[in-house]
Ligand binder design. Sequence first.
Ligand code: PHE
Length: 455
Amino acid sequence: MTGNQAVSRDGFSTKFGVIAAAAGSAVGLGNIWRFPYVAGENGGGAFLLVYLGFILTIGVSVMLAEFVIGRRSQSNALGAFKKLAPKSAWWLVGLMGIIAAFVILAFYTTIAGWTLEYLVQATQNGFTGKSSEQISSMFDSFQHSTFRPIIWQLVFMGLTAGVILGGVQKGIEKYTKMLMPMLIILILFMCVRSVTLDGAKDGLSFLFKPDFSKINGNVILEALGQAFFSMSIGMGAIITYGSYVKKDNLLPKTSFQVAMADTLIAILAGVMIFPAVFAFGVQPDAGTGLVFQVLPNIFQQMPGGYVFGLIFFLLLTVAALTSTISLLEVVVAWAIEELGMKRRKATILFAVAIAFLGVLATLSFSELSEFKIFGKTIFDNLDWMSANLLLPLGGVFIVIFLGWIMGPKIIADEVTNQGQVKMTFLKLFIFIIRYLAPIAILLVFLNGVGVFGSN
Ligand code: PHE
């Protein structure tokens, strides 16, 4: 039995299980697909620097804030606010998180579907002997076809729902434990190949030599959005996982470790991609297709490339899956606890509902590519809106809620496990939560959308 009811809540059995599940949520397509493409569009080095700054200050703090809210309330993303602030409107913040889970899952499964296609291509040796132009056009024709990408998307949604049906501990914890070390080792191999390609130097300086003239309000907002997206914060995924965490877990340590693992993998993904981008003459600002056009070239140039390609796309699929699991669990935990649904019914119902929106996101690359709102396709709108609007805004409300509604006493109590352990940066954390994070996020957002003048 999954037993996810209030009486006997499911939970993570070990400390490593908590880190594995949270890191599993954080590490995904956000690191390997989104980070390189957004960094590439926003000037590389300068973007990376701003991004790292946000992770270390606001990112880690918001993640810890969510863990605190989740463990304290022992509730889903919406129920947490209801329980901790009854008879108030704060549950709306939870609702926003559930909407964000819908939106992210919709377009995320598009890209996860592409990953499945590439996994199958890899098993069939589909990249061998192709020039980088051929690899690019292979990607284009797949992306523009109508049905294949949709089928893969639905397969992926089915996989996600399958794991969620099994419940948290049996499902999530089991799948995430082995993955992280393997993924890191594989990426390291690919980094070595990438940085030893002819012309790799340009890629490394693109990523690591900041050109500060490239920074503007929009770039800063994109960096903040990417930090939120990559760390899975601002929408209640970590609140939900936090509610499954045991009382003796050291939440500050867990948050920091997850942030470091996530950041390490994003940087390694950059080191793997950008040298190859320049070596194979791909444009760094090629957009959503960037990694799919570049990676097969790396495998081609590698001894054992067939095996590497295969394992890589397999791991990427699992990494994406451990992220979509955390997203669907936000919705399902809410439906079980607040709407009184059974896990099975909730999972199937919402997976199907989200798949409808997801198909529209996928069609943005084919039939609906000319259908634009605010000058962007449906896919681009969902992508932009989740990272740059819903998550940062959710983050603002989460820190205000913790800092001002729950207050410093409860914070101190929860992060020190009721005074049993010390937290070194407690004062700094409270300062960030109460003042720095809400003000900084709001300023970055308003500046990014051009409220203080154009960028
Ligand atoms: N962090 C995940 C990734 O990098 C995406 C995600 C965002 C997951 C928000 C859950 C919540 O792929």
